[in-house]
Design a protein around this ligand. Structure first.
Ligand SMILES: O=C(/C=C/c1ccc(O)c(O)c1)N[C@@H](Cc1ccc(O)cc1)C(=O)NCCCOc1c(-c2ccc(O)c(O)c2)oc2cc(O)cc(O)c2c1=O
Ligand SMILES: [Ca+2]
Length: 476
């Protein structure tokens, strides 16, 4: 189903890609809880194939459903969900049950062996009876092939098989017992919606020991890469739960790279071909398309283009459309490269600078002031509608969220300098992009709103950030 199970007053999910469970637990307590984040998407928790150079994508090659990975073991996972739920931060698990590991001398992160060539995975156990006949996906316009054949050599499970359904449901219910709030279903496009419906139907209610109200069901977000032009469409999945809206990532990248004038964002939402707001998990980039090949490819914005990245993230978090997910990356130069390690195998923990940013190979976009302050903005404005849309006919735009928040963007190559209607009560506000409210002072620019709700808004085109944001919880 598509209710996020977020604790009240919180929004903003962050994908702590490749983080270890102990480090996520600490991050919930030290940063995400205090800053109003609602949830964490974690990397796959099930035992995966060990590949020589430890590429990031080895974690998408299951060996078994044992909870042993480079991020930690079952005990550490259980401790993480306990500690994060205790501070109002939910845990969403990236689950892979379309396939099992591909060929290649294979043992798992938990020590299990497997023989993909004979479709034997004793760690589950799965045998050749549980897989579709071997064939390769070569034509994305053949829906049967996309579901029943192998994605890049990954052994394709038959989710129509009742034993397979049982093993998958057992795996997901084990995670529900451990306190998770939902799942990101990997490669959902490669599974039949009817089979997914059977599997989701076998899920238990969420564990009330972790603060969920009784009868709550797991939030399901299905990875369906649908940029149009293929046989399979996301609408086949939106009845079952939410979907990852890749068109949002592609379109927001194009807009803030200047390929689309920002004034066209005035009808941002389903008019752009996105799924319904409550079925769309939205993002600027994800773990796959930030590496250039996934969907959207070349136009996707990443931490490598920080000014545009922060503007796009601010727009996503300021706009009411969809359920936003902030990507938190490790730095990479090679698209196969895995997370930073201490010894080539064990993942390194993030280290933190005095300004709360990360080091040690972790980018921690979620710790960038312009991003975490916009999560607080989104919390402050709640479900208030967009009002007072303004644009200059090209790349300067502004809008308010009811009477609780106001944002302005400047992607033109000249200053934005206008008196605009903010919708806010009269007063002086801290601009939470250039600074942070600190008691009754602001470490960045301030904006004074008159009794008519108007304010003089200045955004120089050479400023670090092309965005300005004020809201009722940042009033001085
Ligand atoms: O680049 C990658 C991994 C990409 C990837 C991994 C996880 C994801 O959730 C994802 O969306 C993409 N993998 C590299 C290396 C690789 C991995 C395994 C393998 O047998 C061969 C090569 C690669 O070059 N992959 C081929 C292009 C990317 O094709 C993949 C897709 C994919 C890409 C575009 C689509 O429209 C689509 O429907 C599926 O999904 C995966 C899901 C997985 O669970 C595991 C995978 O290996 C993959 C996956 O290879
Ligand atoms: Ca399949």
């Amino acid at each position: 189903q598509f209710d996020t199970n977020y604790a009240s007053g919180r929004s903003g999910m962050v994908h702590l890609f490749e983080w270890k469970w102990d480090d996520i637990a600490a991050e919930c307590e030290n940063f995400l809880g205090p800053n109003g984040f609602a949830g964490v998407q974690v990397s796959p928790v099930n035992e995966n194939a060990v590949k020589d150079s430890r590429p990031w994508w080895e974690r998408y090659q299951p060996i078994s459903y044992k909870l042993v990975t480079r991020s930690g073991n079952e005990e550490q996972f259980a401790s993480m969900t306990r500690r994060c739920n205790a501070v109002g931060v939910r845990i969403y698990v990236d689950v892979i049950f379309n396939h099992m590991a591909a060929n290649g001398g294979t043992y798992g992160t938990g020590g299990s062996t497997a023989s993909p060539s004979s479709k034997s995975y004793p760690g589950v156990p799965y045998s050749s009876l549980d897989f579709n006949p071997t064939c390769a996906i070569s034509n994305y316009n053949d829906a049967n092939q996309v579901r029943n054949c192998e994605l890049v050599g990954l052994r394709d499970l038959n989710q129509g098989n009742s034993y397979v359904q049982e093993k998958i449901a057992e795996f997901l219910n084990h995670l529900i017992d451990l306190g998770v709030a939902g799942f990101r279903v990997d490669a959902a496009k490669h599974m039949w919606p009817a089979d997914l419906g059977v599997i989701y139907g076998r899920l238990k209610n969420l564990n009330t020991d972790h603060g969920f109200s009784s009868g709550s069901k797991a939030y399901i977000v299905q990875e369906v890469i649908d940029m149009g032009g293929e046989a399979i469409s996301k609408s086949e999945y939106t009845g079952l739960g939410a979907i990852t809206e890749f068109r949002h990532s592609d379109s927001i990248g194009k807009a803030f790279r200047g390929k689309n004038q920002l004034r066209y964002l005035s009808n941002w939402g389903t008019a752009w071909g996105f799924a319904a707001s409550d079925r769309s998990l939205v993002f600027v980039d994800n773990h796959d398309n930030q590496r250039g090949h996934g969907a959207g490819g070349a136009d996707v914005l990443t931490y490598k283009v920080p000014k545009q990245y922060k503007m796009a993230s601010a727009f996503m978090l300021a706009h009411p459309f969809g359920t936003p997910r902030v990507m938190s990356s490790f730095s990479f130069s090679d698209t196969d490269q895995g997370p930073p390690t201490t010894d080539g195998h064990n993942i390194a923990s993030p280290s933190f600078n005095s300004d709360n940013s990360c080091s040690g190979g972790w980018v921690c976009e979620h710790r960038w002031r312009q991003i975490y302050n916009m999560v607080a903005f989104r919390n402050a404005v709640g479900s208030d509608a967009i009002q007072n849309w303004w644009d200059n006919g090209s790349n300067q735009i502004a809008f308010s969220r009811g009477s609780r928040g106001f944002v302005a963007f400047n992607n033109d190559n000249y200053d934005l300098n206008s008196s605009l209607q903010t919708g806010l009560p009269a007063g002086t506000y801290c601009d939470v992009i250039s600074g942070t409210k600190n008691g009754s002072s602001c470490t960045g620019k301030t904006v004074t709103v008159g009794s008519d709700g108007r304010a003089s808004i200045y955004l120089g085109n050479s400023e670090d950030d092309g965005v300005l944001a004020i809201h009722v919880n940042a009033m001085l």
